[in-house]
Design a binder for this molecule. Sequence first.
Ligand code: SF4
Length: 353
Amino acid sequence: MTQDPSATTDARPDLANMTLEELQSFFRTVGQEPYRAGQVMRWIQQALSVSFGGMTNLSVKLRETLSSIARIGRLEALGKITSEDGVTKFLFGLIDGSKIESVHIPTDDHDTLCVSTQVGCAMGCRICRTAKMGFVRNLTAGEIVGQLLEVRRQVSDSAITNVVFMGMGEPLANFENTVRAINILTDPNGPKISWRRITVSTCGIAPRIVELGNRVRAKLAVSLNAVTDATRSGIMPVNLTYPLDSLMAALKEYPLPKRDRITIEYVLIRGLNDSDADAKRLVKLLNPIRAKVNLIPFNDEMSTEFKTPTPQRTVAFQDILMSKSLMAIIRKSRGRDILAACGQLASDQRRDC
Ligand code: SF4
């Protein structure tokens, strides 16, 4: 298990921050049968219990023991704001006083939750406001999954079936906790989110992309945003460490399930990456991998540096991709009036879900 930032304030282990295996190990350590792990995990992750007192299939003695030696971590609900189109941005407080945001995006047939994986971010993408916060700390797996649990507590009629790791932070820079969070989310004793409905979005930490695919099953999204190293390095410093060659090699190596495609996110910026030549280069670049492209016109409402492309340019760019049989969808940011499009969580401007 990884470092728990709450350890300084409460030394008791947080059972909401444990995978099933870790819970089994915990119960063995305290002299209990490991099957207790599944029971307690279901209470925490499915019944949304926040104390041991109501866990009626445990003896009273065991409940008392657990209350004294362990705790159930949860996020503090600090507020929420709902946009004109039904998207809700939640603000949560963490045990050390840090704040994170999550975005609930309802659609006709399912709801999606966009979760944060770090407080702030160290990756420095110039089209993203989270970058301006700098990096504060990684979230624990419990804090990542806890965003789903808290939203389920607050939106009782929600049918959240999809979770996207696309909020504040770079999930692959918080690799172990991202993997552990996916293990909790997909556990039959956990929130029971299918791996097919979990998407991890990265700015392109190439070696971790392959490692992620080898450790867990999840859908993959990559913020590409440019088709030359010069342009990409100019807006995404990660490209200086992992240039396009290494990123594309990692995407080719990613163990993609049959019929799946990698989602390529491409924020279109006027005059920077939205030319016909850029579109043609994008087709060529993606030719060796099974991919679909989300085209996201840059939202320049909060930026003086970059501009929104014209609608005609956006459609022309899409047409070039489609004419070469590359699936491309123009994504409109939902929740723009509350800056809730994923990646705009802390007034961030990155991409849509
Ligand atoms: S786009 Fe993502 S990886 Fe880049 S700075 Fe923003 S949160 Fe970090």
